[in-house]
Design a protein around this ligand. Structure first.
Ligand code: KIV
Length: 284
C-alpha cells in the first residue's frame, strides 16, 4: 500500500473557516511552473476556465472542455504544495442535470487530485450545488457576472445596477450557499451588492471587480503581470509588465542571433574561446 502524501494543502473546509478573518488571497494558475511560483503567496489557486481566453486565445470561455480543465488542473496540482486548488467546471459540463454535474465533477476531482470545483450560477444551480456537496464534492459558487452567460448578457457587463438585479444576485448568493457551497466568487457587481452578500452568507466571499467588502480577492494572474492583452478590466491592478519584458527579451535575442552574438563561447560545447583555448574538453 502506498504511504499517504506528504503534501498538505489548505482544504476547502479550512478555507471556509476563514470567513471574516484575514483576507483570503486567490490567483488563477493554469500550469505547474506558475503554480509553483504562486503557491507560497496565496491561499487558493483557481484553475479558471478563463484559460480558454488567456491561454488558448478564445473569445469567450464557452468552448473550454472538461478534458482541458483536467489537463491544466492536474498540472497545477503537481505544482502546489500549500494552496487549496480549485478547478472550474466548464460550460455545458454541469448545467443540464445534477447527475451530469456529478459525473464531470467526480472526473475532475479524481483525475486532477484538486481540492474542490467551482461552478457558475445562482438559484437555478442551487439544486446541483446541493447534489454535489451532499456527495462529498466541495463546491465554490460563482455569482454576479458569470462569464459562461456572456451571450445571455450581450457582453461582459457589470451586474446588479438596479434594485431588482441587485436583489436577484443576493438571492443567488443565498441560494448557492444555503445549498452547501463552501465559498463564493462574486464577480463584477456594485459595491453595495458585494457588501450585503458578504454580510448575509456564512461562507467567505471572494471578489473580482466586487470591491474590498469581500472576504478575499481573486485576479487572473496574466492580468496581474501584464501577460494578457485581450482587454484590461477596470478592477485589475498591474503589478508587473511581463508582456512588455518578454517582447523586449525576444527583440534582444533576435538582434543577437542576427548579429551572430548568440550563441557565444559560454553557450557552446568545445568551441574555441577568444584566447584560443577550448571552453570544454570533449572526451575522446
Ligand atoms: O475563470 C476564472 O478565472 C474565474 C475567475 C476570474 C473568478 O472564474
Amino acid at each position: 500500500m502506498s504511504s499517504p502524501s506528504r503534501i498538505k494543502r489548505i482544504s476547502a473546509p479550512e478555507l471556509a473557516a476563514r470567513k471574516g478573518g484575514d483576507p483570503i488571497v486567490v490567483l488563477t494558475a493554469y500550469t505547474a511552473p506558475t503554480a509553483r511560483i504562486l503557491d507560497n503567496h496565496v491561499d487558493c489557486l483557481l484553475v479558471g476556465d478563463s484559460l480558454g481566453m488567456v491561454v488558448y486565445g478564445l473569445e469567450t470561455t464557452l468552448a473550454v472542455s472538461v478534458d482541458m480543465m483536467i489537463n491544466h488542473g492536474a498540472a497545477v496540482v503537481r505544482g502546489a504544495q500549500h494552496a487549496c486548488v480549485i478547478v472550474d467546471m466548464p460550460f455545458a459540463s454541469y448545467q443540464e442535470s445534477p447527475e451530469l454535474a456529478y459525473r464531470n465533477a467526480a472526473r475532475i476531482m479524481c483525475e486532477t487530485g484538486c481540492d474542490g470545483i467551482k461552478l457558475e450560477g445562482g438559484v437555478a444551480m442551487a439544486g446541483t450545488v446541493e447534489f454535489l456537496a451532499r456527495r462529498g464534492i466541495p463546491v465554490m459558487g460563482h455569482v454576479g457576472l458569470m462569464p459562461q452567460s456572456v451571450h445571455a448578457y450581450g457582453g461582459f457587463r457589470i451586474q446588479g445596477k438596479d434594485t431588482a438585479a441587485a436583489r436577484q444576485i443576493i438571492d443567488d448568493a443565498r441560494a448557492v450557499t444555503d445549498a452547501g457551497a463552501f465559498s463564493l466568487v462574486v464577480e463584477g457587481v456594485m459595491e453595495p451588492v458585494a457588501r450585503e452578500i458578504t454580510a448575509v452568507v456564512p461562507v467567505p466571499t471572494i471578489g473580482i471587480g466586487a470591491s474590498p467588502a469581500c472576504d478575499g480577492q481573486v485576479l487572473v494572474t496574466e492580468d496581474l503581470v501584464g501577460m494578457f492583452d485581450g482587454f484590461t478590466p477596470k478592477f485589475v491592478r498591474r503589478y508587473a509588465e511581463f508582456g512588455r519584458d518578454l517582447g523586449a527579451a525576444a527583440a534582444a535575442y533576435a538582434d543577437d542571433v542576427r548579429a551572430r552574438r548568440f550563441p557565444a563561447p559560454e553557450q557552446c560545447f568545445g568551441a574555441p574561446k577568444a584566447d584560443g583555448a577550448e571552453v570544454r574538453q570533449l572526451k575522446s
